[in-house]
Structure formats: structure tokens, C-alpha cells
Design a protein around this ligand. Sequence first.
Ligand SMILES: [Zn+2]
Length: 84
Amino acid sequence: MANKRKSSRPRFSHHPGISDQHALEIVRETLGTPKPVIAKPADPDTEPDWGGQCEVCGASPIVPATGMCGPCTFGEAETAGGNW
Ligand SMILES: [Zn+2]
């Protein structure tokens, strides 16, 4: 075993008496296994079109299918800036 551990190494202070590796495993179990990110297929009707301007408010990008920006198309302010 070439496991040299410096005693000054920070530990998970809230888990005294267990190894850092074990603590990491506990953290992973607590957080759960990350789900694989499934990329949305590119849809030309809804891909943000940064070259266009919203018919209503003039913002970019727009949803090509509607000719309007995200908030005007979806009614959701969070969709501003192509975030849909
Ligand atoms: Zn708009």
C-alpha cells in the first residue's frame, strides 16, 4: 500500500472517523446518481434564430416558427435570450 496520507489533509469534519473516500461515497449516495443529460434534438422550427427580431418587441433571438422571441411566444420571461 503506497497510501501516504498527510495528517494535515482536510477531512470531512462532519463525518469523523471515516475515510475521505468513504465520505465521498456517502455524498454521492446522498446526491444520487447523476442522470445522463439527453441532448434535445435540434428543431429548426424552435432553434433560436439570432438573426431575426421579434415581431412584437424586437428582441433576439426569435422562435423561427412564430417570428417572435421566447417570452412573446411562450409567455415565459425565463425563455428570454434563447433559453427555451
Ligand atoms: Zn418579443
